[in-house]
Design a protein around this ligand. Structure first.
Ligand code: GLC
Length: 425
């Protein structure tokens, strides 16, 4: 069974392979996405190490001069996606979007290097990639944390990777819709509209894009100018973890300055994460920086924090929190608490299970010694795929496959999980 699933997963990866990058899935997402690529590289690495490195190299080749790595790279024109390059207008030879996404590439590079069969190749590749990834991390703390708090803010929900999470709802209300012309969404022609964000949300998404565009995509201005500024524990955890991994690998490869600076960023971040802990929810929570108040929303963002080297007691508390969620669903980990009124098991990030997030939570819990919960999350992930296939995301109660099908990072996670861990039946 495992072999069959792995074969199927490899087929998904090769069908979505465009030579030097993969698309998340044919149709719905016809370009290269940032964190999709970094996580998909983990899957490739199990059967084609050079191809895994190429995936990350292609992503990093489109880094901006200021260090930012864009969330989408529009390698080839395709009318099937909105908003396309014309809306972003970032003025680059190969067009990109103007916002970023969770910086998981640092983690991926270290993991692929650690396990590489071809160590000489891995070291050559890593030595070239680490300075670029490090520049991206420095960009985050410079441009998205101008006050030096140790935590970076997201300026657009799409940066979070958890595009329409309940976490953004209140803060998003502050984003106007005036001046947003009419447009035709394309996502709802590829996927069931009931699984996707609403039109109202889309108008606000576009307002922010227009605002940033009017500032010439100058990242020294965007943070202070944005009415949407949210600190997400999950996102910060990914950044902290990547800084830590870059520090470790850079140290081993003799890049001592990068190692020291990365270590310092990770340590500052982990100390600052404590301010996001919510005793009431029993997990971390987001913070609305524009309104200066915590966001009391029981989402997976506050659980994904486990991916960072948080204190052991916090990891244990997150395990308890996941135990509680398990009582309200059949497959861990729901992207929103099923007992909360806003929960929607089918709609994008408002309830469904995402395998990539499961993978990162399980990885963090495992490092913190929470083995049994880590195994359970991986076992649930596999059960879900066996039951419902390689969908973009799944309903945590019914296992209904949602969003796009034949999904690259879902397949990559299946390969990664089976090839790395004993998965309990
Ligand atoms: C959606 C997801 C985002 C992902 C993209 C491509 O926008 O919310 O996290 O990167 O699809 O898969």
């Amino acid at each position: 069974m495992n072999d069959e699933l792995i074969q199927h997963a490899r087929q998904v990866l090769s069908d979505n392979d465009r030579g030097t990058y993969t698309v998340p899935t044919h149709g719905l997402y016809p370009f290269q996405w940032n964190w999709d690529s970094a996580l998909s590289a983990l899957g490739f690495a199990h059967f084609d190490e050079p191809r895994a490195w190429t995936e990350i190299e292609t992503l990093m080749a489109h880094q901006w001069d200021d260090g930012m790595v864009p969330h989408i790279i529009f390698h080839q024109l395709d009318d099937g996606y909105f908003p396309g390059p014309g809306v972003w207008a970032t003025n680059r030879s190969v067009p990109t979007s103007g916002i970023t996404q969770p910086p998981v590439a640092g983690f991926a590079v270290r993991r692929i290097h650690d396990r590489a069969a071809d160590k000489a190749l891995a070291t050559r590749k890593a030595k070239k990639l680490l300075p670029k990834i490090h520049a991206w991390h420095q960009w985050f703390y410079r441009c998205r944390d101008p006050q030096g708090t140790g935590l970076v803010a997201l300026l657009h929900p799409w940066e979070s990777g958890r595009d329409n999470s309940v976490d953004w709802d209140d803060a998003f209300e502050r984003v106007p819709t005036e001046g947003v012309g009419s447009f035709t969404r394309r996502d709802t022609t590829h996927a069931n509209p009931a699984h996707r964000p609403t039109d109202e949300q889309y108008r606000r998404y576009i307002w922010l894009v227009q605002k940033f565009r009017s500032l010439g995509w100058d990242n020294t201005l965007l943070h202070d100018a944005s009415p949407f500024k949210v600190v997400d524990p999950g996102f910060n955890a990914i950044l902290i973890r990547s800084c830590e991994d870059v520090a470790d690998l850079a140290g081993r490869l003799g890049l001592t300055e990068i190692a020291a600076q990365s270590r310092a960023m990770a340590e500052k971040g982990i100390t600052a994460m404590e301010s996001l802990w919510s005793e009431t929810l029993g997990q971390y929570q987001c913070y609305d920086r524009a309104a200066s108040k915590p966001i009391d929303s029981p989402s997976i963002g506050g659980i994904l924090a486990a991916f960072a080297p948080i204190p052991k007691a916090r990891a244990a508390a997150l395990t308890d929190r996941i135990e509680a969620l398990a009582k309200a669903c059949n497959y861990l980990v729901p992207s929103h608490d099923p007992t909360a009124p806003e929960f929607d098991g089918l709609r994008y990030w408002r309830g469904p299970v995402w395998l990539i997030v499961n993978y990162m939570i399980a990885d963090g819990l495992q490092r913190a010694g929470q083995f049994s919960m880590a195994n359970r999350i991986r076992a649930d992930s596999v059960r879900l795929i066996e039951h419902s296939g390689f969908a973009e995301y799944h309903d945590p109660i019914t296992a209904e496959p949602c969003g796009g099908a034949h999904f690259t990072w879902t397949a990559a996670m299946v390969i990664e999980i089976f090839s790395t861990y004993e998965v309990a039946a």
